[in-house]
Each structure stands twice: as C-alpha cells, then as structure tokens.
Design a protein around this ligand. Structure first.
Ligand SMILES: *Cc1c(COP(=O)(O)O)cnc(C)c1O
Length: 493
C-alpha cells in the first residue's frame, strides 16, 4: 500500500467508527444470531493471495459488527460497563501504530514515563495517599490487562512477602482469603497458583447487601492459626459484582495491622473504584481504609472509567514487594538505566515481558474529559440509577433485593398476593426469561444473592440518557406485569 492508499483506507476506517458510534441506537442490544453463524459465513482457510482492503473492511461491517453484543448501547444495563470513547479509541489506534514493547525504560522511555505520569494523575484524582504515587519512589501504579491479573500479581507478591518472613511455611498450609461475594478471579488465583482458598461467608440473609466485617475475619484468622494454617492474603472488595456491596476495608485493615500484619490486603474495586474521583463517595467507597491499610488497590479504567479495554489500574504500597516477587533479569534484558536504578522497569511489575502502550489512551481520556468531565459522567450514571431504583421502590409489584449501590440496582418482582410461598424465585426466573426475550431492545443480567434470584440493572454507557432509563423501566414494568398476570393463580412447573 502506498501512502495515499493507506490514507484513504484510514479515513474510511475512521468514518466507519463514527458511523458505528452515532448509529448505535439502531442496533439490537444483543445480536440476533445463533452459535455457528459466523463460521458458516467465512471460508475455512485464509486466502492464498492477499485481498483488497475494501473487501476486508466491508466484511467487518457486514458480518462482524452485527454479531456483537453492543456494550456501548445506551440501553445496555447488563453486567458492568465496558467503555470505549473517542479519546480511548484514538489512543489505542495511535499506540498500535507505533509499537513499543516497553519491556524496559530503554525500550519505551516515553511509554514508561507516560505510564508513571498518568498513574499519578489517576491516583491523585482518586485521592490515593502519596505512598501509592510513583513519584513517592515507595509504592506506585502500573496498568495491567485485567482485574484478574492485578489480583494474581498481588497474591504472588503477598506470597513472596510471607515466605520471606516465614521461610519454613509448608506451601500447602498457605491460604488465600476471599469472601462468598469476591469475584471468581479470587478463586481462579488459587487455581493458577495451586494454593488453598478459604471463603468467608458474608451471605446470611441478615447481611445481604453488606460486606465483610472485622469480626467475621477475626474468627477465621484465629481458627486457621490455631490449626497451623497460614492465611497470607485477604481479598476485599469495594463494589461486589453481584450487589455492589462494600467490605469494611477500614475495620478489616485495622484488625490485620494490629493482629496479623503479615496478611496482605488487596482491595478489588474493579468496577466501583472510579467513584473515588467524586469526593462525596469517598467515605462510602472506603478511601480512608484503603489509604491506611491496603497493600494493593485495583480499579479498571476500562470498566466504568471511560478508557477502552484493556486498562486495569493497580497501585501498590511498596513496589519492592512486586519486584522481589517478579524480577528476573537475564543479561539480554539488562540496561544501563535499569542497572542504575533510576527508572521504573515495569516488566517487574506484571506477568508478561513486553507490554502494550496503554497509558496513551488513558492520557487522552483524562485530558479530554478533565476531572470535571470524569466526575460529571460518574455522577450522571449514579443519578440515572437512582431514577431507576426510585421507580422500583414506588411500584408495589417490584422490590429491591439490596440497597442500590452507586450505579447498580438489584431487584426482583414480588408474587401476587395469595401466590404459594417460596414461589418468588421461580416467578423471577420466568420474569428474567421474558425480559431476555426483549434483549434486542434492552439488556439486564441475572444473579443470585443469598439464594435469592434477582435481576441487576447497571448504568454505565456514556450514551445513556434519562429517557433511555425511562424506556428500560417501561419495558421492565410491562414484562413484569405480564408475567405476574400470567402466574397470578399459580406458578409454572
Ligand atoms: C469485573 C470485575 C473483576 C474482573 O475483571 P477483569 O478485568 O475482567 O478481570 C474482578 N472484580 C470485580 C469486583 C469486578 O467487577
């Protein structure tokens, strides 16, 4: 391709991106396709001769786009948001065009230092203590691919710290602590590392919607220590996946610090951590506890933080803990600057060696939104969620299952008076199936909380407006009433 052809193809691709953004509303939220649809449409080997670019990109528009679940759709209220913004998209495009593997400062001076800078910008925006800033030279921030990897890296650092302090510990006595509401990646970390996981139960009905408290933790720690086991890391969560619950990070952290200082505390705030940008949510989101006690803290800017996938921000209190767990430098990776110790060598802060230039899109997003724009977006999402939650509360046929948390509402329908006991779960499954039948118009997802089947509604698309929330509520209501009417006199088998 010569430069003119390249330019033309580039303009065309940007046009397609713009058209996609501005026609999102016209797509069904969930693609109306069946498994195997794409395989049927594509040849089963790559072409022998290269094809013209226009054919390739036409197929993208014709075959691929209609087969995606559109996370940015204004009526997508499922799971947690996954963001893409113009600034993020262009950041990704430019980063991809100038590959810099950043395996050392020497290989990626600008990408490494930009990551230092944006992680400090973000730390300050969220109110994280200076010890977590790269410029403190004590802790620091690094962009990982996912909250799962951020957690895995933290657990590895915790294990190394523990084993250095207690070298005689048998590996099989090591324990990772998670709660019954910790994201599945907590247990996955145990699987990957071949370590035992203890699940602290926070699910009893009296506590639905609440998080881990210090007493539950103390009982478990005392028990395990008495049994000769070695809990070495606790995963806490600010904004659990099921209900947005918040663990009592301050109390739990204080207990660890006074009685079990060898236990590392990781705070997983993959979804909700970005609310810390708004001072009014800092108390609820446990900022003081994080600043006082967290050894590591993670929030995904690619979830509710306007940055394109992947961009998981991880901050640690003491960078040496990561480095002593992950550093291995053969001769071919040594550099003058690395040897002098004046640079951040991010390969020792994550699992891989080479890394994508992710800080560019984060820089673009933080600059183009500014703190005010970022806060405005978060506040809007929360306000729209409250609109929805208010409707749930005001409608006798619906109820909240847990208190609304930031931009998440967990709710269900209430059976009609006279319906047999214990039918609520069955009824709600039918309700959710009926809602799923409308998934071209609106998407919500299901979950279970302490044995209660419920439906989650989460606002996060930067394109969602109050009118969309109104539309979503009307569909939810209509479907709910139909289902209740159908099963008013008895329930399906
Ligand atoms: C989404 C989520 C995760 C997993 O995030 P990945 O980046 O996909 O690994 C972990 N914890 C919480 C609380 C989450 O919301």
């Amino acid at each position: 391709m010569d430069i003119e052809e390249f330019r033309k193809a580039g303009y065309d691709a940007i046009d397609r991106i713009c058209e996609y953004y501005y026609s999102l509303r016209e797509y069904p939220v969930v693609p109306q396709v069946q498994p195997g649809f794409l395989k049927k449409a594509l040849p089963n080997t790559a072409p022998g001769a290269g094809e013209p670019w226009s054919n390739i990109v036409d197929d993208y528009t014709k075959l691929i786009l209609p087969g995606l679940l559109h996370f940015q759709h204004p009526l997508n209220f499922s799971y947690f948001p996954i963001q893409s913004t113009f600034a993020g998209t262009l950041g990704d495009l430019l980063a991809g065009s100038a590959p810099t593997p950043s395996l050392s400062w020497f290989v990626g001076p600008a990408s490494t230092e930009l990551e230092n800078v944006v992680m400090d910008w973000a730390a300050k925006m969220l109110g994280l203590d200076r010890v977590f800033h790269v410029e403190s030279n004590i802790g620091g921030g690094v962009i990982q691919t996912s909250a799962s990897e951020s957690m895995l890296v933290s657990v590895v650092a915790a294990r190394t710290r523990y084993l250095l302090a207690h070298p005689m510990t048998p590996i099989e006595s090591l324990l990772i602590y998670v709660t019954s509401q910790t994201h599945s990646c907590g247990r996955k970390a145990g699987l990957v590392l071949g370590l035992n996981v203890r699940v602290l139960d926070v699910d009893e009905p009296t506590r639905v919607g609440g998080g881990l408290d210090a007493e539950t933790l103390r009982v478990a720690l005392d028990e395990d220590h008495a049994a000769g086991l070695a809990p070495f890391v606790l995963i806490t969560t600010v904004g659990t996946t099921t209900s947005g619950a918040v663990d009592n990070v301050a109390d739990v952290g204080a207990l660890l610090k006074t009685s079990y200082p060898d236990v590392w505390m990781h705070v997983d705030a993959a979804w909700a951590g970005v609310v810390l940008a708004c001072p009014e949510y800092r108390e609820r989101a446990q900022l003081a506890g994080i600043n006082a006690y967290a050894d590591s803290f993670c929030t995904n800017f690619h979830k509710w933080g306007l940055v394109n996938f992947e961009c998981s921000a991880l901050w640690v209190r003491d960078r040496q803990r990561l480095i002593e767990a992950l550093e291995y430098t053969p001769p071919y990776l040594r550099t003058k600057q690395g040897d002098a110790g004046d640079t951040v060598e991010y390969r020792n802060w994550h699992l891989g060696l080479c890394r994508r230039f992710r800080s560019l899109k984060m820089w673009f997003v933080l600059r183009s939104y500014g703190l005010n724009g970022f806060q405005g977006y978060i506040r809007n999402c929360i306000a729209m969620n409250h609109m929805f939650a208010k409707q749930v509360c005001a409608t006798p046929s619906f109820e909240l299952v847990s208190p609304p948390s930031f931009a998440l509402t967990v709710f269900r329908i209430v059976p009609r008076a006279g319906a047999p006991n214990g039918t609520a779960n069955k009824l709600n499954r039918v309700f959710y199936d009926a809602l799923l039948a409308r998934s071209s118009e609106v998407l919500l997802t299901q979950t279970e909380l302490g044995g209660v089947f419920c439906v989650r509604f989460c606002v996060g698309s930067s394109r969602t407006t109050p009118a969309d929330v109104e539309d979503a509520w009307n569909i939810v209501c209509e479907v709910g009433e139909t289902v209740r009417a159908r099963f008013g006199k008895g329930l399906p088998n």
